[in-house]
Structure formats: C-alpha cells, structure tokens
Design a protein around this ligand. Structure first.
Ligand code: NAD
Length: 371
C-alpha cells in the first residue's frame, strides 16, 4: 500500500488562495510521481474563516488540523479589515499564534536560498554572493523575551513609566531547539553557528553552555559560537560562511528577516514551524514568509514559489520524504534556471528572463516535478 498522509490546506486571505492552488498542483504531481496518497483537505482561516464561520480559526478548521499530519498554511490578515475588530480576534493573532500555541510549535525554520540565476535580486554585490547563498535559520519560537514574565508597563511615582520584558530560557527549552538545529545541519553542510550574547546576558551564557553540551551528540557537525551583533554584520559581509544559524526567539526574528533580504523577494521564502517529534512524525505548520500581499491579490501576479517550497519542507520535515522534497526544490531551481520569473523577481535587462503569472509558474514547477 502506498504511504498516506493527511494535509490540512488553509489558504487564508489575499494571495493565499492563488498560491495555495499552485502548491496543491505541485503536490498532486509529487503524489503521482512517488506513488503516495496525499489526502489534502481545504478549510477557511483568517478573514475567510471569519466570513464563513465567525472566527479567524473556526472550530472545524482547528479540528481538521488536529486530525492531520501537517498544515499547509497560506497567509492571513487584510490591512483594511483588521483594524475593524479587537486585536485578539484579528487573523494573525487568533489564527496563527493560536495554532503555534495549540500545537506547541517551538521551532521555526527559514531556509534562505539565493541561486546564481537570481543574483540580481540580492542587495549584495556579486563578489559577496560567492557561488550562491544557502542558509537555514533555526529560531526558537515559544520562549525568550517575547513570552517571559513579568511583562508589563507601570506608572512611576516620580512620573513617567517603566516597561519590563523578561528574557527567560530553561535548559530543556535550549536543548530541544539545539537538537532541531544539529539534526538539520546533519542533513545539510554539517556546520552550525550558534548565535548568542553571552558577553552580556545570563541567558546567553546558559545558551552557549547547553548548545556546547548538545553538540557532543553530533560529532560530525562543526559548531561555532557567534555574538548576535557580529552575526548581523557577518550576514551582510560574508553570508556564504553560514550553513545553519541557531538563534533564540528575538535574535532569530531579527536575523531571519535580515537573511531573508538576501533572497531578494518575500515571494521566494518558505518556512516551517515544528512541534515535538512523536515516533516517526513531526507535526508542523508550513507557510510562506510573506503576508497576504493585498496590493497584488487576485491578479495572477503573486510568486507561488514560497508556498510551493513550504510544501517541499512539509514533505521533508513532517513526512520524512527527502526524495520527494528534493524533487520539489530541484523543480523550482529548474524553472528559475530556465528563466521563468514572476514580477517580483523579474528584471527586463536579463535577456533569458520571461515574465509569467502565478498559474504559469505553478504549471511549470509541477511539470518539472513530473519528468
Ligand atoms: P506582505 O508580505 O503581504 O507584502 C509586502 C510586499 O511583498 C508587498 O509589496 C507584496 O506585494 C510583496 N509580496 C509578498 N508576498 C509576495 C509574493 N508571494 N509574490 C510577490 N510579491 C509578494 O506584507 P504586508 O503588506 O506588510 O502585510 C499585508 C497583510 O498580510 C497584513 O494584513 C499583515 O498583517 C498580513 N501578514 C500575514 C502574515 C502571515 O499570515 N503569516 C505575515 C505577514 C503579514
């Protein structure tokens, strides 16, 4: 019997439905080529959820996610509608943050790949791009300063206010994200750069100690430590030195966006948010790094690659199907190599480039998977 997997496909708002259709198209090509059974069920989320069932994450959508092996997520939120409802009911908070919490998604993985063919889209000079940039930022997603208590703003008797955020990490939290980082490095170029601020922060000292200890279980992976300020600078000076960057929550938030800028367009960047591995499988939510792009929604202009590459990450991290995942990533590289470009990565001076729409890009990638 063929291997079977349940996927909840939550397209969301703006360009979400357009790019999701292309990702599903590519998954159907993968299913056929590798003899898999992919049960893909679509459900509303974000404003689509509010319009259909009164909530950004309708109960039926959450139930579907719970029955599924992984969630392929589009993006949610509409800037003209979001301010019309209370903050806690808005799509990003009520749907995305809720999903993260519900499924204990503590690890966020963001691969940043810049191929030679897209060198023009990178803000760095060509000599700094080497043979291409290929970095995986592994960010801790549920701890650190964003969630530590106390978190408050208080009035001072002498006048003015005082705001407090608290940075907290436990050994166990650092260990589990370090294992994700080392396991990922093992599947890549076997180098892990751990980012901290051990010269100033107690958290940094503990982070460095724990990562150094976990590294002993991965003798085949080279570990280096780097202060976050230097890490931010090195990303601009010599991004080719990095393979996996392991970061706590806030540092990862900032550095992953900085690294993303190297790829030239948000439309190219996938992400994976992973929970605890149980048995063979790891539950995850897979989504493009960008938002709903209302400026181009419904016009067949969006780049579907971030959504399609997110589906590729799902095949790899949640289903353990490395061959199928590689087929998707290779197909993306092939169509880019052939010169196909959506508007966000197109420049007229490139003689080989051919401007295409969302659907044509999806068709070409699905066709490249099938050969
Ligand atoms: P955005 O990422 O939607 O758009 C920023 C720019 O990038 C726009 O010019 C857009 O056209 C472009 N872009 C993004 N994805 C693209 C793609 N696939 N192809 C081509 N171009 C692309 O960010 P924003 O405008 O700040 O936010 C719009 C809405 O999306 C807001 O409501 C915001 O809250 C929401 N948002 C949602 C998520 C999410 O669901 N994870 C993430 C970020 C923003």
């Amino acid at each position: 019997m063929s291997q079977a997997f349940q996927i909840a496909a939550l397209a969301g708002d703006g360009i979400g439905p357009e790019v999701m259709s292309e990702a599903i198209k590519v998954l159907r090509a993968v299913e056929k080529k590798f003899g898999l059974t992919l049960k893909i069920t679509e459900a509303p989320v974000g404003w689509a959820g509010i319009d259909a069932a009164g909530k950004a994450l309708p109960d039926a959508t959450l139930a579907l996610c719970k029955q599924s092996d992984a969630v392929l997520f589009g993006s949610v939120g509409l800037p003209d509608r979001d301010p019309t409802i209370p903050k806690e009911e808005r799509p990003e908070r009520a749907a995305l943050l809720r999903l993260r919490k519900e499924f204990g998604l503590f690890a966020n993985l963001r691969p940043v790949v810049l191929s030679k063919a897209l060198a023009h889209a990178c803000p760095l000079q060509p000599e700094r791009q080497g043979d291409g940039i290929d970095i995986l930022v592994v960010r801790e997603l549920t701890g650190g300063m964003y969630f530590g208590q106390p978190k408050l703003t208080e009035n001072l008797e002498a006048g003015g206010k005082r705001a407090i955020d608290t940075m907290v990490y436990t050994t166990a939290e650092i260990e589990r994200i370090a294992h994700v980082g080392f396991r990922a490095a093992r599947l890549r170029h076997k180098k892990l750069t751990s980012i901290d601020k051990a010269n100033v922060l107690e958290n940094g000292v503990l982070w460095r100690d724990v990562v150094t200890r976990v590294a002993k279980e991965y003798p085949d992976v080279a570990l280096e430590h780097m202060f976050v300020d230097n890490g931010a600078m090195q990303l601009m000076l010599k991004p080719t030195q990095f393979d996996v960057m392991l970061c706590e929550n806030m540092f990862g938030d900032i550095l992953s966006d900085e690294a993303a800028a190297l790829a030239g367009s948000l439309g190219m960047l996938p992400s994976a948010s992973l929970g605890q591995t149980t048995g063979e499988r790891t539950f995850g939510v897979y989504e493009p790094a960008g938002g709903t792009a209302p400026d181009i929604a419904g016009k067949n202009l969006a780049n579907p690659i971030a959504q399609i590459a997110s589906a590729g990450l799902m095949l790899e991290y949640s289903f353990g199907l490395s061959d199928a995942a590689n087929a998707v990533h290779k197909a993306i590289a092939k169509v880019i190599g052939d010169g196909l470009r959506t508007g966000d990565i197109y420049i007229a001076q490139d003689a080989k480039a051919r401007k295409v729409g969302t659907r044509e890009m999806g068709d070409a990638i699905a066709a490249a998977v099938s050969v």
